[in-house]
Design a protein around this ligand. Sequence first.
Ligand SMILES: Cc1ncc(COP(=O)(O)O)c(C=O)c1O
Ligand SMILES: N[C@@H](CCCC[NH3+])C(=O)O
Length: 403
Amino acid sequence: MFLQKDEAFQLLADFGSPLYVYSEGILRERCGELLEAFEGRIKPSFSAKANSNLHLLRIIREEGIGADAVSPGEIFILERAGFESGEIFYICNNASEEELRFAIDRDILVSVDSLSQLETFGRINRGGSVALRINPGVGAGHCDKVVTAGCGTKFGIDPACCGEAKKIIAKYELKLIGINQHIGSLFLDAGPYVKAAGILLSIVLKHFPGLDFVDFGGGFGVPYKEGERRLDFGALRDGLFPLMDSFVERYDNKYVHFKCEPGRYIAAECGLLLGTVNAVKESFGKRYVGTDLGFNVLMRRVLYNSYHEARLLRRGAAVQRSAVLADVVGDICESGDVIAESRPVGDARKGDVIAVENAGAYGYSMASNYNSRMRPAEVLMTQRGEFKLIRAADTLESLLANF
Ligand SMILES: Cc1ncc(COP(=O)(O)O)c(C=O)c1O
Ligand SMILES: N[C@@H](CCCC[NH3+])C(=O)O
């Protein structure tokens, strides 16, 4: 945990509970790591869906990383964060004509992922530049819901349709400048990513000469459980570089470049979610630690059965791991509202704090107002160790803003 215990209590007193806290140092470190991981040969572009806080996006841009957007909303926020149109890649899925125009009008490159969307794009932007998202047939991810390639997923163009795609491109005189894929989110083993990259490169060689770039997608995992090993970028390099070398040798554009689209790897570990224990109880032989960490604040456990380390903090004396296991639950009106299951926190008391680790990716960005609860504030711990509010919490008034 990057915060001292006393700082955690002070932050909750200052900014309210629950609260997201981010470490600028860790965020910059992860950006730097990714820029170096592929020795400049594969350029990372941050997937803003993982965390779209304006201030964090500015830091990511300062580090020299571009961004991928999945919606006009993300494009809008990225622009506000200072990203220029050439630094944004709009990887859409089932976008409306209006949404496609939003990107086209701003000169932002669009990747379409169906023949039907390619047809729409060509009709409204004849002669424009475009990218295609291909489904290489190999997927990976921490659960079925986030595997985005292979059979049974809505994403990407089936390679069998490449011929048809080329016809639509010719019909509308489009310039195909890039091919991308994204096989899914969170893998800690290089195997599937390398395999999918190999498949994608062979598809490009066969069908798509003269591209400016090939984008292998994101999905790089981080360890959520204590003791879990980190992703081995050496293994990724060892797998990818020979494939890229042999591809470039055979490809007609020697200046083709390579990209990737990490979200979680950049944002997860810099984020900590703090919440307060409001009640404890024993019911039918089971212990519950009742907090304000409902799934409106962090829904990954409820949606995917995801694991986050949850530390119990108490003012004064340190708390030991309890022999009694308890479920850490939230304040939402559903029985599934469990943020951490069977953890050694059975001794928790009202007023203690729960710190949920690695909450920086798909935490706040998936938070909601369910049960008319407020999304929490977000605070940045700067590299100088100061704390700065970077998004205020919702208020009762903001719940009424759209009526
Ligand atoms: C198209 C696309 N690119 C990149 C990402 C980023 O994934 P991750 O956060 O696992 O790196 C996603 C989300 O899974 C995505 O849908
Ligand atoms: N939201 C997912 C990742 C999927 C990303 C979007 N393709 C998670 O929290 O693990």
